[in-house]
Write a protein that binds this ligand. Structure first.
Ligand SMILES: Cc1cc2nc3c(=O)[nH]c(=O)nc-3n(C[C@H](O)[C@H](O)[C@H](O)COP(=O)(O)OP(=O)(O)OC[C@H]3O[C@@H](n4cnc5c(N)ncnc54)[C@H](O)[C@@H]3O)c2cc1C
Length: 512
């Protein structure tokens, strides 16, 4: 017993300290994997709460859930599920909401849905637009193929060997067909494959026009195969479970602690300096914040990998998107709606005039609203040029514009759902500027760069050539970002440290 005690004491003394910047899902993941691998982990977060963009907040007795539309990795057969389980996000007992469909599109009083049941979708679409039967069959066939798409979660791609690639190729045997047919067309081209005006518009309703159609098929397939579900409680509840796991393992989370600078000695990261002036030293530093502020404030731009530099310089090939969003309290159950897209009177927001809108009912989660009521949210897509529209306003104009546009959105919702007249009230609205303020997000983007047909998908090695003991995590290391990339990025950062130390980084005894 004495020997064990001595051993434990020794391990404690020699434990390496990992300093992590940012308590979004990427930073929390790095923290949890660090602790599981036997390191000490401390996270410094600028906001008063952890979670970053995986967030929700309360307004006047309602809860606004602002992230998970689907969580990729809810199928226990996937490697990603193991990662989520290790983070404490979900487990075998998690209950999910099942809306049974991706979304519904309306046009001229008619509507169609993309059901999780692909056969049902095929039959309904063909019955509605027999003239599009060939395109519909091609679409459904390729969504079926896209079900094989997996996000690499065992180890970083650059640490994979030939055998790993062969295995991955076997798992994703059908994906080349999807990439070949839909990888080089964007959402607009994809919509144009259909003759029926409703089908045409429906297919380009959900993602921005410049996304590759391939991304859309993979999103739909993820939901259709049960690997993209919504855990009960929504985004904030999931974040809180992850924070709890980090704390239970002994991690220390410092909130209201914005980091100003990474401390460097002899081309080696040795710690961080907070905006308060306090300096914290550690053995390894992991940044899990947005890459743009990282390479423009916390580090000098000379450290930025070339691939990032090229992407920021090529806005056409690497656009980003955000949203002008509004949440409404509805004095109605409104439980049959799900996500709907519909025509609206033209509305200029930013540099763009929209003629379609979408609204999502959160009636599926009863705890988000008082009995008999629900929350309805609208998200109008905003890209880089729209960000500048919001960014360049003074505070007063910003508030006024937001208020006016929110009222315009409300009018259009009531036009689509006249039964809501007198039953709908604004809870909150927010813009790309909000994401910039809250998360230091580049152009207010809450995902990484859009995957376009004109540019190579960005993949960033999580280490820098000219800075030792420093690692990158967070969704920006791999397009298109999102929760799964954030989650695996934290694990990958720790695997890089383990590898450098000659410790087994594929021994998942530390993946609980
Ligand atoms: C409306 C909306 C819908 C979404 N829907 C989905 C979805 O359905 N599925 C999906 O997979 N993803 C979705 N996402 C995207 C998802 O939320 C993000 O991809 C993910 O949360 C990013 O995690 P991250 O850790 O990489 O970055 P972030 O969440 O941005 O975390 C970075 C953290 O670093 C902190 N930080 C920044 N600068 C500093 C500093 N200087 N010092 C200290 N801390 C700092 C920030 O405050 C933040 O907490 C959605 C996001 C939004 C907003």
């Amino acid at each position: 017993m004495n020997n064990d005690f001595m051993k434990n004491e020794k391990t404690k003394q020699t434990k390496k300290k990992i300093v992590i910047i940012g308590a979004g899902i990427g930073g929390l993941s790095a923290g949890i994997y660090a602790l599981n691998a036997g390191y000490d982990a401390v996270i410094y977060e600028k906001n008063p709460v952890a979670g970053g963009e995986c967030m929700g907040w309360d307004r006047r007795g309602y809860h606004i859930d602002n992230c998970i539309h689907w969580l990729t990795g809810t199928d226990p057969k996937t490697g990603l599920w193991k990662v989520w389980k290790t983070l404490g996000a979900i487990d075998e007992h998690t209950k999910y909401h099942d809306e049974g469909k991706f979304y519904t599109s309306f046009l001229n009083g008619k509507h169609l849905s993309l059901w999780n049941d692909l056969e049902k979708t095929r039959q309904e679409l063909i019955a509605f637009a027999p003239e599009d039967a060939d395109a519909i069959n091609t679409f459904i066939e390729h969504v079926e193929y896209a079900k094989s798409c997996v996000i690499p979660s065992e180890k970083p791609l650059d640490m994979m060997g030939i055998r790993d690639y062969i295995e991955m190729g076997k798992d994703m045997a059908d994906m080349p067909k999807v990439i070949k047919t839909f990888g080089k067309i964007n959402m607009e081209d994809f919509g144009n494959m259909f003759k029926s005006p409703l089908l045409k518009i429906m297919m380009s309703d959900y993602l921005c026009y410049n996304y590759t159609a391939y991304s859309f098929l993979v999103s739909y397939a993820t939901m259709a195969c049960g690997n993209g579900r919504i855990p009960e409680g929504g985004s904030l509840a999931m974040t809180n479970r992850i924070v709890q796991r980090f704390r239970d393992l002994g991690g220390q989370l410092y909130l209201n602690a914005p980091v100003e600078r990474i401390l460097i000695k002899n081309r080696t990261a040795v710690g961080i300096r907070l905006e308060s002036g306090e300096e914290i030293y550690g053995d390894e530093v992991i940044s899990a914040i947005d890459a743009y502020p990282l390479f423009h404030k916390l580090l000098d731009p000379e450290y930025m990998p070339k691939a990032f530099r090229k992407a920021y310089e090529d806005q056409k090939g690497y656009p980003t998107f955000s949203g002008f969003q509004a949440a409404f309290a509805i004095d109605d159950d409104f439980s049959q709606t799900g996500t709907v897209c519909f025509d609206c009177e033209p509305l200029k927001i930013g540099s763009n005039t929209v003629t379609r809108m979408s609204a999502k009912s959160y009636a599926y989660e009863r705890s988000f609203a008082p009995e008999g009521r629900t929350v309805l949210q609208c998200n109008i897509s905003q890209q880089d040029a729209d960000y500048l529209f919001w960014k360049n306003m003074d505070e007063m104009t910003y508030r006024q514009t937001k208020e006016e546009l929110t009222q315009e959105v409300l009018k259009r919702i009531v036009k689509q759902f006249p039964e809501l007249e007198g039953k709908i009230e604004l809870l909150d609205s927010w813009t790309p500027r909000t994401y910039e303020r809250y998360c230091n997000a580049y152009h207010g983007a809450y995902m990484s760069f859009i995957t376009t047909k004109d540019a190579k998908q960005l993949r960033i090695k999580g280490e820098l050539k000219n800075l030792k003991h420093f690692y990158l995590a967070g969704q920006w290391i791999m397009c298109p970002g999102g929760l799964p990339i954030a989650a695996v990025s934290g694990k990958f950062a720790i695997q890089r440290i383990l590898k450098r130390e000659g410790r087994p980084f594929t021994d998942f005894s530390f993946e609980k």
